[in-house]
Design a protein around this ligand. Structure first.
Ligand code: PLP
Length: 372
């Protein structure tokens, strides 16, 4: 199989598997118990916390482990609203956010919170003037992602944070697709990330919280994670996340060079007939979301079961609905249904990528001949 779905998830790094092994196979202590073994597990979690914090790279805050980035985002949004001063009952976000943000906002909307979903330009980028116009002193939270999971575009998060702070709002940045790939700019108060997008294990995420901006708890119980997020932590998952984060920091420059090489090779192999969805310049280039007039992307994916790639997004792929992101950048349903996403990264070889693209091209041309 050729794996070209790096936005959906990434292969576990061998270094991460090795770091997790003894915590999976031998050591089983509860990291919150005071025994010698418990203390050893707690110490390993603290090392991991530091490694994840260093990879996020922001000053003046702390890292809380969660079960996923989805949980971190739910916590950040619901907890920020609960903690907001009286009269602050608005959220400003963007139409192209991940479902974890949009669905949480929708849930709150049904409970009386006012939510503004800002549109994006045709290149997928937010218009800062529109953001400015949407902000006022009633806004509790501004939620804008750094790298889009479907089209890879990079939002101006530092500016967004500055504007949010001008009206006294907290800024949440979903940095799931950015960690280890694009530097997270200073500014956000809350940052959500996930281990499995950086060659770590599934089932563990993090909410980075600026001191003073910690959201009210979402999950109540034993008071683990600074009294803010209850539940026994998994040493294996936390250690795996830490190892993946350390590796991501160390490999950021070589990974970026590798991605640039793959991007150029992919464009050369694609040739004419394809258009790129979303900004080419303000983009993480391990995401190639492309469309070709009159092809049926679902059929294309079905015809190539040994190449893993996606429709606009992994979530949209399952639902049969055209992606909300592709619609937000102005594509018709037809164009959205003619779009595919190729995601590549650290372990993708040029040979694999070019070979897969040649086959995708052949299949697309065959569809065109059939339709003609
Ligand atoms: N945000 C973005 C941008 C994502 O791509 C994803 C995963 O697809 C998530 C949030 C949710 O992450 P997790 O799988 O850890 O819940």
């Amino acid at each position: 199989m050729i794996y070209l779905d790096y936005q959906a998830t990434t292969p576990l790094a061998p270094e991460v598997a090795a770091a997790m092994r003894s915590w999976n196979e031998e050591k089983f202590a509860n990291p919150h118990s005071p025994s010698k073994w418990g203390s050893e597990a707690a110490a390993a979690i603290e090392v991991a916390r530091k490694q994840v914090g260093q990879a996020i790279g922001l000053e003046g805050g702390s890292v809380a482990f969660t079960g996923s980035a989805t949980e971190a985002i739910n916590w950040a949004i619901k907890g920020a609203i609960e903690k907001a001063a009286p009269g602050r009952n608005r959220i400003v976000t963007v139409a192209t956010e991940h479902a974890a943000v949009l669905d949480t906002c929708e849930w709150l909307e049904k409970r009386g919170v006012e939510v503004t979903y800002l549109p994006v330009k045709n290149d997928g980028l937010l218009d800062l003037e529109e953001l400015k116009a949407a902000l006022d002193k009633r806004v509790a939270l501004v939620a804008v992602m750094l790298v889009n999971n479907e089209i890879g575009v990079i939002q101006p998060v530092a500016e967004v944070a500055r504007l949010a702070h001008e009206v006294g709002a907290v800024m949440l940045c979903d940095s799931v697709q950015a960690l280890g790939r694009v530097e997270i700019p200073q500014g956000p108060d809350l940052v959500a990330v996930s281990a499995h997008k950086i060659h770590g294990p599934k089932g563990v995420g993090t909410l980075w919280m600026r001191k003073g901006a910690e959201p009210a708890p979402l999950i109540h119980g034993g008071g683990q994670e600074q009294g803010l997020r209850s539940g026994t932590l998994s040493p294996a998952l936390c250690v795996g996340f830490g190892a993946a984060a350390k590796l991501a920091s160390e490999k950021m420059a070589p990974d970026k060079a590798h991605i640039e090489m793959l991007w150029s090779a992919a464009l050369a192999a694609l040739g004419d007939g394809w258009s790129i969805n979303g900004s080419v310049d303000q983009r993480y280039r391990g995401n190639l979301n492309i469309r070709r007039e009159s092809i049926d992307a679902v059929r294309l994916i079905g015809e190539m079961r040994d190449i893993a790639f996606s429709l606009g997004s992994a979530c949209a792929s399952g639902s049969g609905r055209p992606s909300h992101v592709l619609r937000a950048i102005g594509l018709s349903d037809r164009e959205a249904r003619s779009s595919i996403r190729l995601g590549f990264g650290r372990y993708t070889t040029e040979e694999e990528l070019v070979g897969a693209i040649r086959r995708i091209n052949e299949a697309a041309e065959a569809q065109e001949r059939f339709a003609a």
